[in-house]
Design a protein around this ligand. Structure first.
Ligand code: HEM
Length: 478
């Protein structure tokens, strides 16, 4: 096991604090209301919340226990870090907990009512119509796009001096994951449009992250600078999607990519309307690009600082991929590489905040929750809970050989892809992309930290990004 990974976000957290007694019943025997900071305390902390939201969530949990009530009257807002309670919320039917929250409303300014933001019957119909685009054959095709993306990186490695050169692997991976999602969705004929589309999406997301961080934002129609930036970015998005759909309509022939499947009728003759297709395309760019790139950027940093892990994953990749070309079957035969990817997502889950709105009164971990409440859960807190994970801040991929991450006990404490009916539709896509890209990189290059480098600080935006990127010394292996 390598040295302890400590970042300022988690330092000081201890099992003894988490395991303190937090009374769960009022003297009348009814569920107690949850403890939490006062309005004044929260006002005093505003600067700290903005500067480091992850640390704030950790502090609140350590101070007040597994259910924290924030002094926000409308909606009453609760932070839920108890794994069973958080899973109960996520696993409940959309009739009990909906996605009608500030975060998803802000996101829907970009994605519209797409699969990520829709609710109830609208969501159910969309999921049924979109699911075929993620069938096994479509996910198999991702392998070819990973191989293409690795080939396109070859000139970058060739241009490095023989003793290695500094490359920001975060930037490289952002580009590669965009290429892969773009090619899987639109086919290679439309990569230029995909590039425009994703740039506009990322610009719009900046505005939306700023909106979602404060309880009250100016209405979207007000001509504030943020709203104007958002409107311009969304107009660009719409233009790029329009061009893609027009191109597909003009070509009249199926390309065999995910877009074809999105455009198809289902067996009941139902079909997504043009606006719904636009919303799904933007949703896939938003949900499927930066998430995988962020997870991989952390993998690169963690394996640069744990050379033993990097050596072991390279040995696994060499043994398998030295003997046969990369294929869908490779995934099952790279268990250590997959464990490295999982362990990075345990420490830095890209989707670090998952919110829901309670539609009826409920009780979570012994605390009463009123209908209308905003529930904030975070895999970041559950994944580092010292009561569950031994040495939770250590990077130790081996632990995934002991925890079944798909079912059984471990699943409750590891959910980078969410849980329940709204679980990520792109989970298999992400594993194929993430694990195979990592194995392919390990075959081609080695990476290590430059002298005088500092651990990048986690910056929780839409995903947890490594602030300042991941500049590492990269050397090609030939
Ligand atoms: C490491 C990569 C990824 C992570 C960590 C991740 C995480 C998540 C999480 C946590 C959710 C559930 C959100 C909630 O319950 O509120 C989700 C939903 C979703 N993800 Fe992913 N995701 C990843 C990759 C992808 C990819 C590659 C795609 C598509 C190409 C994708 C598309 C979606 C969509 C469409 C939903 C909404 C599903 C629904 O509600 O029916 N994701 N993702």
């Amino acid at each position: 096991m390598g040295p302890t990974v400590v970042d300022e976000t988690t330092s000081g957290r201890s099992a003894s604090i988490r395991q303190r007694d937090f009374p769960q019943q009022s003297f009348l025997g009814t569920p107690a209301t949850a403890p939490g900071p006062t309005g004044l305390g929260m006002l005093r902390d505003l600067g700290r919340i903005r500067a480091n939201p992850l640390q704030y969530l950790v502090n609140m949990t350590d101070t007040y226990g597994p259910i924290v009530q924030f002094p926000i009257p409308r909606p009453p807002t609760y932070l839920v870090s108890d794994a069973a309670a958080a899973r109960h919320v996520l696993m409940s039917s959309p009739r009990a907990y909906s996605k009608n929250t500030i975060q998803y409303s802000a996101l829907s300014l970009i994605t519209g009512t797409g699969l990520l933001t829709s609710d109830a019957d609208v969501w159910r119909r969309q999921r049924r119509l979109v699911q075929p685009a993620f069938h096994t054959g479509a996910v198999n095709a991702v392998v070819g796009h990973v191989v293409d993306a690795l080939d396109r990186l070859q000139p970058v490695w060739q241009s490095l001096p023989t003793d290695g050169g500094i490359v920001d692997l975060d930037e490289v991976l952002m580009r590669s994951t965009l290429e892969i999602v773009g090619a899987s969705l639109f086919g290679t004929d439309l990569t230029a449009a995909a590039d425009r589309l994703s740039r506009a999406t990322l610009r719009a997301l900046d505005v939306v992250v700023a909106r979602a961080r404060v309880p009250i934002s100016p209405p979207a129609w007000m001509p504030t600078p943020g709203n104007r930036r958002l409107r311009t970015a969304v107009a660009e998005l719409d233009e790029a999607v329009g061009a893609i759909l027009q191109g597909r309509a003009d070509s009249k022939s199926a390309q065999g990519d995910m877009l074809d499947l999105l455009l198809a009728e289902d067996d009941q003759g139902d079909q997504l309307a043009p606006l719904e297709i636009r919303n799904q395309i933007v949703t896939f760019i938003v949900a499927g690009h930066e998430t995988v790139a962020s997870a991989l950027a952390w993998v690169m940093w963690l394996t640069a600082t744990h050379q033993d892990v990097q050596d072991r994953l390279r040995a696994e990749a060499d043994e398998l991929l030295g003997a046969e070309p990369m294929s869908m079957e490779s995934l099952a035969r790279l268990p250590y590489t997959r464990a490295v990817f999982d362990e990075a997502m345990r420490l830095y889950p890209p989707a670090w905040l998952i919110t829901r709105r309670a539609l009826a009164d409920d009780v979570l971990a012994g605390r009463s929750i009123p209908a209308g409440a905003l529930i904030v859960t975070s895999p970041y807190l559950v994944h580092r809970d010292p009561a569950v994970w031994s040495q939770p801040n250590e990077f130790c991929p081996e632990r995934f050989f002991n925890v079944d991450t798909r079912a059984g006990a471990g699943a409750q404490h590891f959910w980078p892809f969410g849980a329940g009916p709204r679980m990520c539709i792109g989970r298999e896509f992400a594993y194929v992309e993430g694990v195979l890209l990592l194995a392919g990189l390990a075959r081609r290059v080695t990476w290590t930290t430059p002298t005088r480098s500092h651990a990048p600080q986690p910056e929780p935006l839409v995903t947890i990004r490594p602030r300042g990127g991941v500049p590492l010394v990269v050397s090609r292996r030939d």
